[in-house]
Design a binder for this molecule. Structure first.
Ligand code: GRF
Length: 213
């Protein structure tokens, strides 16, 4: 049996998606192993989760650039991920646009979770954008990361009904429950070699039969 795919998570904040990936890693349902966390924010809640779970974590100083990291900062992140033998990078509330250095280091191997049904409402405050637009259904998306903002090929999506009384917070909370379901599923699909990108479309290959079948 081959060694489990090694996953590195990049996060900037609370860390609930990191926690859900870690939980699935530990209970075996991820089909992969979360081996490290990298944060660009020393206050990130994800860091406390990592320390409580004995997952190696590091903070990179993002420097003065805001939305995009400088190439040398991305080099440091790549170095940290390589040190832990990372094969798949999962962005989990990482508030930066990934640049060419990271993309080139992990081709086809960076996933992101976004709290809307892309291509609707990319970027910041997706739940507030959905409410302001008046959509009746929103949701979440796991996608491959490319050079754009939330624009890469889509792996999985799940829909969430928008209710009349919703605020950005109540909608976000219901979407988050679904995020915690689909992100581990998407990672498992990647880790078991079942994803194939053809242009914009991601095809999911059937699971190979287990020896018992
Ligand atoms: C999630 O809603 C995720 O979809 C978005 O940022 C939020 C991160 O939340 N990219 P958490 O830090 O994982 O709790």
């Amino acid at each position: 049996m081959s060694a489990a795919v090694r996953v590195g998570v990049l996060a900037s904040g609370r860390g609930s998606n990191f926690e859900s990936l870690l939980g699935a890693s530990r209970d075996g349902t991820l089909g992969a192993q979360v081996v490290c966390l990298v944060c660009d924010n020393p206050q990130a809640g994800a860091l406390a989760i990592a320390s409580g779970a004995d997952v190696p974590a590091m903070v990179v100083d993002p420097g003065s650039r805001r939305a995009r990291l400088a190439p040398e900062v991305e080099e440091r992140i790549v170095g940290a991920l390589r040190k832990h033998g990372v094969q798949l990078v999962c962005l989990a509330g990482f508030m930066r646009i990934v640049g060419p250095t990271l993309l080139a280091a992990f081709p086809g191997a960076i996933l992101n979770i976004h709290p809307s049904l892309l291509p609707s409402f990319p970027g910041l405050d997706a739940q507030a954008q959905a409410l302001a637009h008046g959509v009746k259904v929103s949701g979440c998306t796991v996608h491959f990361v490319d050079a754009g903002v939330d624009s890469g090929p889509i792996v999985l999506q799940e829909a969430v009904e928008v209710l009349d009384g919703d605020t950005p917070q109540t909608l976000a909370a219901r979407i988050l429950e679904r995020e915690h379901r689909i992100y581990p599923r998407a990672v498992r699909l990647w880790a078991t070699g079942r994803l194939e990108i053809r242009g914009r479309r991601v095809h999911i290959r059937p699971a190979s039969p287990t020896p018992a079948d």
